[in-house]
Design a protein around this ligand. Structure first.
Ligand SMILES: NC(=O)C1=CN([C@@H]2O[C@H](COP(=O)(O)OP(=O)(O)OC[C@H]3O[C@@H](n4cnc5c(N)ncnc54)[C@H](O)[C@@H]3O)[C@@H](O)[C@H]2O)C=CC1
Ligand SMILES: CC(C)CC(=O)C(=O)O
Ligand SMILES: [Mg+2]
Length: 347
């Protein structure tokens, strides 16, 4: 099993190191980890955030474990050279169109979320976010209007086949859970969303057992705080899914807990925490590595079918949290390495 490890920038290397410790402790057969440069770190070394060598490593691997990219000191670069292009480029180049972002409250953390415990304890949801289209990948630019004002513009669009395939992912996920799918859009204003809604309804005919609902994204943001327990699977576009998943992370306690899988057709996938490079805490042993460790569990489950090992990791994280091992993000004082060690001990 060949796993590409792309640590990236900021806290990326710190949290990835802990996830690698966990993978190595499992004693997996023929584990082959191969590192590659991405993001600002890759730009500084190779002049590009996603060098050809890195893409080659990604293509030669069965799966990717990814840290985070982003470096504010490089934000002046042309957009195609900015660190974030590494993760956007991998998603596009490798056809990673389905982003799964599960959120549930771990036992013992009910009091630590920003919601009331009786509200937070109801959360067990999955956000299925489309990852290859939407305004993130549309044409964009800046121009000067005839009256001299500067204007920035980004094109939002979804083609029906793009909506159809992510809708199938959403319905399939719902079939394996509580059979409830909520499609989140902004169809009252956007043509892109109207087409999205129409296509989701078409696809729903193939899944008669799944209860489909639709919700506008502004209401969804509100409902996630008011009554998150109503959601089972949410399927939504790239932009809305990005925003709602950061919000969902705080509903369960911390962004340092939310893992993700970015899947292509088949078993190939990239696995990363939903957070970014967190420059404010980078290099200080303050980052919570649990989101990356849980991403490694998703990697074993989705790309290698190693359900038992995935559950071992998830149980070890849950046990560490239940034993009070908490980073600063959860009001505790455990450092990145200490949290990693606590999970390793409980495997
Ligand atoms: N997939 C990726 O690589 C992503 C990259 N980014 C990039 O990351 C950089 C920073 O972006 P921000 O908007 O600040 O988002 P961020 O997710 O990096 O940080 C937001 C806040 O959450 C905290 N935080 C994040 N992860 C944490 C962890 N594991 N443990 C404890 N606290 C944690 C940070 O300290 C910060 O206060 C930017 O350059 C951005 O473009 C942002 C999101 C995703
Ligand atoms: C390109 C990333 C910065 C987008 C993002 O925030 C995410 O995928 O969560
Ligand atoms: Mg994000």
């Amino acid at each position: 099993m060949r796993i590409a490890v792309f640590a990236g920038d900021g806290i990326g290397p710190e949290v990835t190191e802990q996830a690698v410790r966990v993978l190595e402790k499992l004693g997996l057969e023929a584990l082959d980890l191969v590192e590659g440069d991405v993001g600002g770190a890759a730009y500084r070394k190779h002049g590009h955030p996603l060098p050809a060598e890195t893409l080659d490593i990604a293509r030669s691997a069965d799966a990717i474990l990814f840290g985070a990219v982003g470096d504010f000191s490089l934000d002046h670069l042309d957009r195609h050279l900015r660190p974030e292009q590494a993760v956007l480029g991998l998603r596009k180049e490798l056809g990673l169109f389905a982003n799964l972002r599960p959120a549930r409250v771990f036992k013992g953390l009910e009091d630590l979320t920003t919601l009331r415990p009786e509200v937070a304890s109801q959360i067990d949801l999955l956000i299925v976010r489309e990852l290859n289209g939407d305004v993130y990948f549309g044409e964009k630019g800046t121009r000067t209007l005839p009256d001299g004002r500067r204007q920035g513009w980004d094109m939002m669009s979804y083609a029906e086949d793009e909506v159809r395939r992510i809708a199938h992912t959403g319905f399939t996920a719902a079939m394996g859970r509580s059979k409830k799918l909520c499609s989140v859009d902004k169809a009252n204003v956007l043509e892109t969303s109207q087409l999205w809604r129409d296509v989701v309804i078409e696809v729903s005919k193939e899944y008669p057992e799944v209860e489909l609902s639709h919700m506008y994204v502004d209401n969804a943001a509100m409902q996630l705080v008011k009554n998150p327990g109503q959601f089972d699977v949410i399927v939504t576009g790239n932009l809305f899914g990005d925003i709602l998943s950061d919000q969902a992370s705080m509903c369960v306690g911390s962004i340092g807990l939310l893992a993700s899988a970015s899947l292509a057709e088949g078993t190939y996938g990239l696995y990363e925490p939903i957070h970014g490079s967190a420059p404010d805490i980078a290099g200080k042993n303050l980052a919570n590595p649990m989101a990356t460790i849980l991403s490694a569990a998703m990697l074993l489950r989705h790309s290698f079918g190693l359900e038992e090992q995935a559950v071992r990791i998830e149980n070890a994280v849950a046990a560490a949290l239940a034993a009070g091992v908490k980073g600063g993000d959860l009001g505790g004082s455990a450092g990145t390495r200490e949290i990693g060690g606590a999970v390793v001990e409980r495997l």
